[in-house]
Design a protein around this ligand. Structure first.
Ligand SMILES: NC(=O)c1ccc[n+]([C@@H]2O[C@H](COP(=O)([O-])OP(=O)(O)OC[C@H]3O[C@@H](n4cnc5c(N)ncnc54)[C@H](OP(=O)(O)O)[C@@H]3O)[C@@H](O)[C@H]2O)c1
Length: 348
C-alpha cells in the first residue's frame, strides 16, 4: 500500500517538474549540464593524480637507471682519486666483506682487512695483493670482545691515509627465537659486533677523512632494517641502528666532503644464510657475494641509501607492495610469528 503511495507521489512530482520546465528534453539537458560539471571536476582530479604518478614513476626510473645501469655502462670511477689510497673493510675474510674488498682492490685501492681469524686474514690478504697488484695489510680483531679492541686498531691505522671504511662485520641469529630466550652472551655479541664495531671504527677513521675533506663510509645494514623483525628482534634492530646512524652521519658530514652510505642488501648467498638450503644457493633472486659487491661498489658516491643491487631493489619494491596489500587487509604491520618461524630453523 505504501509502495503504491510512493510511486503515486513520485509520478505526480515528475509531472509537476515536467510542467515547470515545459518539456522533458529541457529537464534532461538541465540534469546533464549539472552532471557534466561533476564529471569534469572528477576528470581534473583523475588527471592530476595520473600526472603525479607518471612524474614519480619517471623520477624513480631515472634514479634506478642512474644508480644501477649508467655506472655499469660508463667508465670506472677513480676511487683512489675520489676518496684516498686505502680502504678498511671489517669482517673481510668471507662473504660480502671479502668480495667488497676484492672489488675495491680491482679499482686500485689498497686494502686493510679486519677480521678475527689470522690464517684466513693472511690468505685473503695475499690473494688480493697478488691478484690485483695492490698493497694489503690486516688487523686481527674479534669484535665480540668489545671496548678493549679499539685502542690497538686506532694505533694500527694511525699512519694510513684511509679513504674508504666499510663497516661490514655482522652476525645473525643461529635460529629464530623469543628475545628472552637469548643468552646475555648472544645479546652482547650482537651489540658489540653489529652496532659497536661500526660506531667505533667510524669514530677512529672519520677525523682523518674530515681533515682531508674527502672519504666514504659504507655501513652494511640490511633490507630488514625497514620493518620490525619479531623473532629476530635484536638483529633487525641493529640493522635499523646502522641505517639511521648512516643517514644522520651523512647529513652531519656531507658538507665536509664525506659520503656515508647505508647499504641494505636482501639475501646474498654467503655462509650467514647457509642454514637454509633454499636461500644459500645462488639463483636469479639470490646473488653471490661477488655479484652483489660488484654492483654495490658501483653505487658508492651515488646513493646514500640503497639495496646496492637492482635485483634487490626490485625485491624491496615488491616487498613494500606485498606489505601494503597485507596491511590493507589486517591491522598488524609486521609479519606474524609463524611467517618468521618458517624462514629460519628453530630448535623446537
Ligand atoms: N648475506 C646476506 O643475505 C645479508 C643480507 C643483508 C645484510 N647482510 C649483512 O652483510 C654483512 C656481511 O654479511 P655476510 O653474509 O657476508 O656474512 P658472513 O658470510 O657470515 O661473513 C662475515 C664476516 O665477518 C667476520 N666476522 C664474524 N664475526 C666476527 C667477529 N666477532 N669479529 C671479527 N670478524 C667477524 C667473519 O669472519 P670468519 O671468516 O672468521 O667467520 C666473516 O669474514 C653483515 O653485516 C650482514 O648483516 C647480509
Amino acid at each position: 500500500m505504501s509502495a503504491l503511495r510512493f510511486f503515486g507521489i513520485s509520478a505526480i512530482g515528475l509531472l509537476i517538474t515536467m510542467a515547470a520546465v515545459d518539456q522533458f528534453s529541457l529537464l534532461y539537458r538541465e540534469i546533464s549540464r549539472s552532471c557534466s560539471f561533476y564529471i569534469e571536476a572528477l576528470a581534473i582530479v583523475g588527471a592530476w593524480y595520473t600526472v603525479r604518478k607518471c612524474v614519480s614513476l619517471a623520477f624513480d626510473t631515472y634514479s634506478a637507471l642512474r644508480l644501477h645501469v649508467i655506472p655499469k655502462l660508463s667508465g670506472e670511477i677513480d676511487l683512489v682519486k675520489k676518496y684516498g689510497k686505502w680502504a678498511v673493510v671489517t669482517g673481510s675474510t668471507d662473504g660480502i666483506g671479502k668480495a667488497y674488498a676484492e672489488e675495491l682492490a680491482k679499482h686500485g685501492v689498497n686494502i686493510i682487512l679486519v677480521s678475527r681469524n689470522k690464517e684466513k686474514l693472511e690468505a685473503v690478504s695475499r690473494s688480493i695483493s697478488e691478484t690485483y697488484q695492490v698493497e694489503t695489510d690486516f688487523i686481527v680483531a674479534d669484535f665480540s670482545k668489545g671496548r678493549e679492541l679499539y685502542p690497538a686498531i686506532k694505533e694500527a691505522l694511525k699512519d694510513k691515509e684511509i679513504g674508504i671504511l666499510v663497516n661490514n662485520v655482522g652476525i645473525f641469529y643461529a635460529y629464530t627465537d623469543y628475545f628472552t630466550n637469548l643468552s646475555e652472551e648472544t645479546l652482547w655479541d650482537l651489540i658489540h659486533v653489529n652496532i659497536a664495531s661500526a660506531t667505533m671504527m667510524t669514530h677512529i677513521v672519520l677525523p682523518g677523512m674530515v681533515k682531508k675533506k674527502k672519504g666514504a663510509i659504507v655501513n652494511l645494514s640490511s633490507a630488514v632494517c625497514c620493518q620490525p623483525t619479531p623473532m629476530l628482534t635484536v638483529y633487525g634492530a641493529s640493522k635499523s641502528y646502522l641505517d639511521y646512524f648512516s643517514r644522520a652521519l651523512h647529513y652531519e658530514y656531507a658538507s665536509k666532503g664525506i659520503f656515508v652510505q647505508s647499504l641494505m642488501p636482501f639475501v646474498t648467498t654467503t655462509k650467514m644464510v647457509a642454514f637454509s638450503s633454499t636461500v644459500s644457493k645462488r639463483s636469479i633472486f639470490f646473488p653471490t657475494a661477488e655479484e652483489y659487491a660488484s654492483h654495490a661498489v658501483s653505487t658508492l658516491g651515488l646513493s646514500i641509501r640503497t639495496t646496492g643491487y637492482w635485483k634487490h631493489a626490485i625485491q624491496l619494491t615488491l616487498g613494500w607492495l606485498a606489505i601494503s596489500i597485507a596491511n590493507s587487509s589486517r591491522e598488524l604491520t609486521v609479519p606474524s610469528e609463524m611467517e618468521y618461524r618458517t624462514q629460519l630453523p628453530h630448535p623446537e
